[in-house]
Design a protein around this ligand. Structure first.
Ligand code: SF4
Ligand code: SF4
Ligand code: FES
Length: 582
């Protein structure tokens, strides 16, 4: 292994690694050693070296004519500095190399200031109305290293504005700095080549290639995250919220069995957008557009407050009464007349409590969960299994016990009158039990996320919190266990959960007059495990869990693959479980 020195800091490096990779901490567990500003470089894309922002000085140890190292009077190697600056993203290291960044070299700092002045010559600088403001590398780097003002007094070059690249992306050519990240993404990651650079000199910009549209590309919206300026915005999120108004919670996507790592951006308890979060164990740097756009159901059409069926109508009830009613119904039937539907959309903690409730309280052998398979796996990230926790359900043993009825056989069992009562947790029953079959049921108790036809028929509805409103673990199809963290608050917020919640800059720094958050977006729902714990108490054997953490601790002691794990150890990227049959 070679040694190089960046601003005097000794770093280990492999041949073929570049200066910027070492500075970014590629051999240091990803912990950055020195910050080098950049626009075109991205670790997931081929090196382009076109923005010139990552300039550094470098030198190599001098050699005597006989090949021995040149030493100064103190016995230290003499460093021969190169006469010109180089780009850190394109320059490969060599043993003994010394590098000076803008932190230690005035020449580099001046050169970077010059590069920024060139980049900004034709840039509109409309930060106050730009969606990227507040998270814009160009804005941040200019504040840190750029010139204070422009010396350019002529009319700027004009390029296409607000150009729709299909239905998902909007392009602003004047903000583009021609870094080519978007072009390289389509060429290298999806290999679909939707973009090309057109025109020459300072008139050039990326444009859709003839007859191309990114609409069919299920990863196209990654270019919005990749773009280091506000040139590419999402049609879905554009002008909906400023960055500083939103809290960003590191969590996971529940769109499919990959459970890609994502960030949920929330303002006033509404999810405003979802962006990619790098995770080498799960999704690399990118997510699918299915992940990115899978959030509106968290805000809208929610089951909000418990209800009890009175006559043919649903009547709002308070939680104790609704739970009392559910307990009464469940007591009315023999164990073999009750079916419990767990959910691959729910956390491990909830499924653990569901199984405990089915076996210890209801004592029924009829327990199962539904698999939601749509289409096929693709070669990149998308999975046909549209649930985030099917492997977790399998590991917990969510399945009918001996003589029990499976989810597939349930419609028949209801039709024949064998099953009279269904308790369904965090899953949709419509696509599995037809209206005619549901009409045969004597009792239907639902713990749903969203409103649906079946809710009108249910005897008791106890609204369940989504993954975005509670903490819990999910096991993806490859056996990576990750933590979903609460991004938005519920009406009856468990105070334990509040500690896990991210805060926005607005939450932290705004005065009370700047805030316009309200209570009205808080949903009256509870984590399903919490509802079942209350139900267990009403039915005579309280489980007594106060937090999801306690449930996870019990899972960790009962399943060997989870041994010695806790939320702390899962961190931001999760843990790949050993010995899991994936
Ligand atoms: S791209 Fe960045 S620097 Fe340019 S206007 Fe938008 S926020 Fe400002
Ligand atoms: S649109 Fe953005 S990502 Fe594409 S070349 Fe321009 S600045 Fe780079
Ligand atoms: S980041 Fe190195 S040239 Fe652009």
């Amino acid at each position: 292994m070679a040694k190089i020195f960046i601003d005097g800091i000794e770093c280990e490096a492999h041949p073929k690694q570049t200066i910027i990779q070492i500075a970014d901490g590629i051999n240091n567990g990803g912990k950055q050693i020195v910050d080098i500003p950049r626009f075109c470089y991205h670790p997931a894309l081929a090196v382009a070296g076109n923005c010139r922002m990552c300039l550094v000085e470098f030198g190599l140890p001098g050699r005597n004519k006989d090949g021995s190292p040149q030493l100064d009077e103190s016995g230290n190697p003499v460093i021969r500095w190169m006469p010109k600056l180089t780009t850190a993203c394109t320059t490969e290291i060599s043993d003994g190399m010394h590098v000076k960044t803008h932190h230690t070299s005035q020449v580099v700092a001046d050169a970077q200031k010059g590069v920024l002045e060139f980049i900004l010559i034709n840039h509109p600088l409309d930060c106050p109305i730009c969606d990227q403001a507040g998270e814009c590398p160009l804005q941040q780097i200019t504040y840190k290293y750029g010139p204070e003002e422009s010396r350019y007094e002529f009319e700027k070059v004009h390029k296409p504005k607000r150009e729709k690249w299909g239905t998902k992306i909007v392009f602003d050519g004047e903000r583009c700095i021609n870094c080519t990240r978007c072009v390289r993404f389509f060429d290298e990651y999806t290999e679909t080549h939707e973009l090309e650079i057109v025109q020459r000199g300072w008139n050039n910009y990326p444009a859709l290639a003839p007859d191309q549209t990114p609409d069919e590309n299920r990863y196209a919206m990654n270019v919005i995250d990749l773009c280091p300026v506000g040139a590419l915005t999402s049609s879905d999120h554009r002008f909906n919220a400023r960055v500083w108004e939103m809290s960003a919670t590191d969590t996971i996507s529940v769109a499919d069995a990959r459970c890609s790592s994502v960030r949920l951006w929330v303002r006033d308890n509404r999810v405003m957008r979802l962006t990619a979060r790098p995770n080498p164990l799960v999704n690399g740097f990118f997510i699918s557009d299915d992940d990115r756009l899978n959030y509106k159901w968290i805000n809208d059409n929610r089951a909000d407050a418990p209800t009890i069926k009175v006559g043919n109508a649903q009547q709002t009830a308070d939680w104790p009464n609704a739970i009392q009613k559910a307990a009464e119904l469940l007591r009315r039937y023999r164990p073999d007349e009750i079916f419990v539907l767990a959910s691959a959309r729910a956390s491990l903690e909830t499924n653990f409590v569901v199984k405990k409730f089915a076996t210890e309280i209801l004592k029924t052998q009829h327990l199962d969960f539904l698999r939601h398979i749509e289409g096929a796996d693709d070669a990149l990230l998308i999975r046909a299994d549209k649930t985030p926790n099917a492997l977790g359900c399998d590991m917990l043993g969510i399945a009918p016990a001996a003589g029990g009825i499976s989810a597939d056989d349930l419609p028949e069992a209801v039709w024949s009158g064998k099953i009279k009562c269904v308790l369904a947790i965090e899953d949709t029953v419509e696509e599995w039990l037809s209206p005619e079959v549901r009409a045969k049921l004597e009792a239907l108790i639902l713990l749903p996320h969203n409103l649906s036809d079946a809710l009108n028929e249910a005897d008791v509805v106890l609204p369940a919190a989504t993954f975005a409103e509670q903490i819990g673990t999910f096991l993806n199809f490859e056996g990576v266990l990750q933590l979903a963290r609460p991004a938005k608050a519920l009406k009856h917020q468990n105070r334990e959960l509040m500690k896990e919640m991210a805060l926005s800059r607005w939450d932290k720094h705004a005065t009370q007059f700047d805030r316009w958050s309200s209570e009205e977006n808080k949903i009256d729902a509870k984590p399903a495990w919490e509802i079942l714990c209350e139900l267990s108490g009403t039915m005579g054997k309280a489980f007594g869990y106060q937090t999801a953490r306690e449930i996870f601790a019990e899972i960790a002691t009962s399943l060997s693959a989870f041994n010695e794990l806790d939320y702390q150890k899962l961190g931001k990227i999760g843990v790949k479980l050993e010995g899991v049959n994936v």
